[in-house]
Design a protein around this ligand. Structure first.
Ligand code: GAP
Length: 464
């Protein structure tokens, strides 16, 4: 198989050029680790979240949905352990006035010599490491006193534990069952410069699965397999994905077992690429949180958070298995994995070989020329198709350039209306990956594209 052409620089540049992601507040010089999603980025990330919901809700009947508040009672973070322990070790450099994560110095850039990590020059003056809490603080109400201090949630999970009792009452669920939530979380990250991989404001897709304590190891394995399968089903190449179990000293305070799903991102430098290297980074953590959270909230709130079987009288505090994924990291991994370049008729092409279900636009409708009644028929086709799947109309520029534009945003199919279309109401459908062109009757187009969208899909970047 030829070497992968993708680099992070190429993906970042495509994201800006084609309106997926922009650095936030750019006209004011940007804001560290904040990004804005542009049109195609919004569509892509929506599809990632949609597929997550689909796997959690539509394909099973033991999980229910929640959308809890971002600002919760401050006791939440005392009980969860975040107020005391959600910290990273921070060092200051007295020379360049920058701050770095003490355990990730190799990822930082010295303020005076940005090509070098902090601490590597004689001029660097790093302080001792101290604990830095990653939660953003704000106040509620008009009076700024101690009682008004609240935090932007650093994970969506706690909103689920706070609602555990409500869900037992209304949902008629009993363990094993799960509560799923997608939403923004906030962390005052120290290490910056990792594009959307590490932001201060990001979206999580988390599910807390409540089980009988003796069943926890079984469900932990179940969710490891389910979640790995989700990424590969949506097109991530299996050899770019791995499961890594945490070492005991790495485990969070609440966890008795955690495994990360990691993606092999492209290496930054050429020698590493040639050596077949890459950087394995976390997309998702799957943890056995035991009964830590429910017990802790019971203690602080005085409300019993337990399951009682009304038939047998059995009562217990469920254990929790948590698959915690990041929507931004998943979208980035799908983008990186899809990025490809090839040559058509001697011309270089950039193409995103995204799974059709994730592609921002499913079909482009293109009149071959802007005359002879072709735009009118193309509009008619576009209007009929957009009722059924995300369709985009484009009549600007040479047809080759329009195909290229759609390839760059990963549109799997392009429908071209030509002179024959006006004679016999057929169109050609061009496939983004195989470049095959097939003539199809306009009346059958919607059914055919929906059929293709439902088909199992395999990345063309896989050999064999
Ligand atoms: N409730 C458990 C929890 O929050 P985590 O490993 O800290 O676990 C889960 O976060 C996922 O959230 C990560 O695997 C990652 O995908 C995403 N995530 C965490 N911090 C992030 C950040 N600063 N920027 C983007 N995504 C982040």
């Amino acid at each position: 198989m030829p070497a992968d052409v993708v680099t992070m620089e190429k993906v970042v540049s495509l994201c800006k050029r084609r309106g997926f992601v922009f650095p936030s507040s750019e006209i004011y010089g940007g804001l560290g680790s904040s990004y804005d999603y542009g049109h195609y980025g919004v569509l892509l990330k929506n599809h990632v979240k949609e597929q997550w919901w689909r796997a959690m809700l539509r394909e099973r009947d033991d999980i229910v949905a929640l959308d809890s508040a971002i600002i919760q009672h401050p006791e939440t973070w005392v009980a969860s352990g975040h107020l005391a322990g959600f910290t990273d070790p921070l060092v200051d450099c007295r020379a360049c006035k920058l701050r770095f994560r003490a355990d990730q110095l190799e990822e930082g850039h010295c303020g005076r010599k940005p090509s070098q990590p902090p601490g590597s020059t004689d001029a660097c003056e790093l302080t001792e490491a101290r604990d830095f809490n990653l939660m953003f603080q704000t106040t509620i109400g008009p009076v700024k006193d101690e009682g008004a201090t609240v935090y932007l949630r650093p994970e969506t999970a706690q909103g689920i534990f706070l609602n555990f009792k409500n869900y037992l009452q209304f949902s008629r669920k009993k363990p094993p069952f799960g509560i799923a939530q997608v939403g923004k979380s906030f962390r005052n990250e120290i290490t910056t410069g990792n594009f959307v991989f590490r932001m201060r404001e990001f979206e999580q897709m988390e599910m807390e699965y409540f089980v009988a304590p003796d069943q926890a190891p079984h469900w932990f394995e179940h969710w490891l397999a389910q979640r790995m399968n989700w990424y590969t089903r949506l097109g991530i190449r299996p050899d770019h994905l791995r499961l890594r179990a945490h070492e005991p000293e790495e485990l969070s305070h609440y966890s008795s077992a955690t495994s990360d799903i990691e993606y092999r991102f492209p290496p930054p430098a050429t020698p590493a690429r040639e050596a077949g290297g890459g950087r394995w980074s976390e997309l998702e953590g799957i943890a056995n949180r035991g009964d830590f959270d429910l017990k802790s909230h019971t203690e602080r709130s005085g409300q019993k958070l337990e399951y009682v079987d009304t038939a047998s009288g059995e009562r217990y505090v469920p254990y929790v298995i948590e698959p915690a994924a990041g929507a931004d990291r998943a979208a980035l991994a799908f983008l990186v994995d899809a990025y490809d370049e090839d040559e058509i008729g001697g011309e270089r092409r950039t193409v995103l070989r995204l799974h059709p279900l994730l592609a921002p636009v499913k079909v482009a409708v293109l009149p071959l020329v802007r005359k002879d009644g072709q735009p009118k028929l193309a509009h008619e086709v576009h209007h009929a198709l957009r009722e059924r799947l995300a369709a985009e109309y484009d009549e600007g520029g040479a047809i080759g350039r329009r195909y290229r534009r759609q390839d760059e945003i990963g549109t799997p199919w392009a429908v071209t209306i030509d002179h024959e279309s006006l004679e016999n109401r057929t169109v050609t459908v061009r496939d983004r990956d195989s470049l095959a062109q097939q003539r199809i009757a306009i009346d059958e187009l919607g059914d055919e594209l929906e059929r293709r969208l439902r088909e199992p899909w395999r990345s063309p970047k896989l050999s064999g």
